[in-house]
Design a protein around this ligand. Sequence first.
Ligand SMILES: [Zn+2]
Length: 134
Amino acid sequence: MDAMSELIAAACAVRERAYAPYSRFPVGAAVRAEDGSVFVGCNVENAASPEGLCAEAAAIAAMVATGRQKLIAVAVVGGDATRPCLPCGGCRQKMQEFAAPGTVVVVADGNGRILYEGLLSRLLPMPFGPGGEQ
Ligand SMILES: [Zn+2]
């Protein structure tokens, strides 16, 4: 299994643990840190909806909690071909904060089929950040 397939599989697996009783739209995310290690997160909704957490944000937080602060790839699993789960604006900014130049983002469905693959810089052109130009 290649590195990106492995990342998608990790996102697929953690998606099963999503807490999404309100939207019924479970999402899993996996980020690969610069050293190759993988961190996962799922969406965690809340009755007070603004308090919910995106899967990507959870995965990034898990990475940062281990002391790693540079990611090179992100996989997001959710939705389907007609409704691919592209990262929200807030998550694009969160990725940018820790992204190495050339960071790739892949969006897949629950079967691991790739719906989108491209550079983070395409999803977030002209970013505001701590010198994280791509
Ligand atoms: Zn988000």
